[in-house]
Design a protein. Structure first.
Ligand SMILES: [Zn+2]
Length: 455
């Protein structure tokens, strides 16, 4: 089986707008099963891919974003592969005698032993840090394909021509590596994830999507959407060419993308509502400095991102907690009600979805946010920076970006004796692990989520 993961590939682009530019993918669709793939909660790369390859929800994994809470502190720490404490699909396949090759999958840095080869994904810290299992594969790849390009630098910047060149070069190198591993190592299961698609969307969405509020028709980058997706399709065709009729091809994405209309300044709002108190106001708009927070008078603070994570300052849990644990639920209920009745600066309602991790997940590990907040169904980001004069901002706080994540990714499966169901609805990210295991005839591990589409 070859799994091609296109990070952030959006159903509307793949199945509609650029469908005619993707003959290889279309051929898989016509001979197989395809449809939207509902992402994880939250629809963010790190939890999403890990949910996909484990059949577990983000609560069970204890992964709520790229960064997670450090116990006994208010700060967050970047996660890495050591934070994944449950088995992933390649572990089960290996235990059943299959040779595996997960390549560039998020949360595989540092690389971990597998029955085959592993190449770390885009969170590889670079330089001397290991990025392959076994490590001998590093020199083998560098000798053939040059220094490993794990990610594109500064993809939220203004030099778009440079960014596009870097994305195209990186994507081509990844496919070269995958083709090499498939031909030389002969794995039974290979999965590659291309982060270039996500980087492309963040850099170019405004320019390629006519529905983006700041889209300028006739801009010099408008054609790049079709061009890049066409390029992806050529790469898909190359990998399909390496497979035979016994090989199942699976093309998936971890979430989709949509036009970002701006951001909701969640910490600024918490300050105005009296939940978050600073010892002195910031001199200029800036990220929330935890050293400036008057924790003895603070009830809640938030982390921004594709969604907002609101944390309550609870006695015994946070270093200077103010809320007695017995009152946590009441404070959360009140804050939730206020969030669900949000207004922008012009007093227009802002649609908000609030989720409580303990109610949503099957199990909650680590330190989850107390409230997970989605603004206008992901049309708006959550902005954690403070000091601006607006609650709803039209700009991103970490550089230019036209795109937010969206709930649906893609699912395309073909070949290897899997059924050709044509267009399907209702596939979920959790279905991917049982489907892969099903295609290999590996028994379903107890406790995992999802449906097996291979039967
Ligand atoms: Zn992603």
């Amino acid at each position: 089986m070859i799994v091609i993961g296109l990070d952030c590939a959006a159903p509307r682009l793949v199945f509609e707008r650029y469908r005619d530019a993707m003959p290889n993918l279309r051929a898989l669709m016509e001979r197989g099963t395809w449809g939207p793939l509902r992402s994880s909660e939250p629809p963010i790369t790190v939890p999403a891919w890990t949910c996909m390859v484990s059949g577990r929800d983000a609560g069970e994994l204890g992964l709520y974003g790229f960064r997670n809470r450090v116990p006994g502190e208010t700060r967050l720490r970047m996660v890495d592969s050591s934070d994944v404490r449950l088995k992933r699909v390649w572990d089960w396949l290996g235990e059943h005698g299959q040779r595996v090759a997960p390549l560039f999958v998020p949360l595989t840095s540092p690389p971990t032993p597998v029955r085959g080869q592993m190449v770390s994904g885009f969170m590889w810290p670079g330089s001397e840090a290991p990025w392959c299992f076994p490590r001998g594969l590093e020199a083998e790849i560098v000798d053939r394909f040059g220094p490993y390009l794990a990610d594109v630098e500064d993809f939220r910047a203004n030099d778009l021509d440079r960014i596009y060149r870097d994305i195209v070069t990186m994507t081509a190198q990844h496919v070269d590596i995958a083709a090499h591993v498939w031909s030389e190592k002969r794995p039974d299961f290979m999965m590659m994830v291309e982060i270039g698609v996500d980087r492309f969307h963040h850099a170019f969405w405004r320019h390629i999507d006519p529905e983006h509020p700041r889209h300028e028709p006739g801009n010099p980058w408008e054609h790049l959407g079709r061009e890049y997706y066409q390029l992806l399709d050529t790469h898909i065709g190359r990998l399909c060419g390496l497979a035979d009729r016994h090989t199942t091809m699976l093309v998936v994405s971890d979430h989709g993308a949509r036009a970002m209309h701006g951001g909701f300044c969640i910490n600024e709002w918490l300050i105005r509502q009296g939940y978050l108190v600073l010892r002195e106001p910031p001199k200029a708009p800036s990220p929330l400095d935890h050293g400036l927070v008057d924790w003895q008078r603070t009830t809640a603070w938030a982390e921004g991102g594709y969604y907002g994570r609101v944390f309550l300052n609870v006695a015994g849990r946070e270093p200077d907690g103010t809320i007695p644990p017995a009152e946590l639920r009441a404070v959360r209920r009140k804050l939730r009600a206020e969030l669900e009745n949000l207004r922008d600066d012009e007093n227009n309602p802002v649609p908000v979805t609030v989720r409580i991790p303990e109610e949503h997940y099957r199990q909650v590990r680590g330190l989850p946010p107390d409230l997970m907040v989605y603004f206008d169904d992901l049309k708006l980001r959550a902005i954690g920076s403070i000091g601006g004069d607006q609650i709803v901002a039209t700009q991103h706080d970490t550089g230019p970006d036209g795109c937010n994540h969206d709930w649906n990714g893609i699912f395309v499966m073909s070949g290897g004796g899997t059924p050709a169901r044509g267009h399907i609805e209702g596939a979920e990210i959790y279905d991917v692990t049982p489907t892969i295991l099903g295609a290999f005839g590996v028994p379903r591990p107890p406790g995992i989520l999802g449906r097996d589409w291979s039967r």
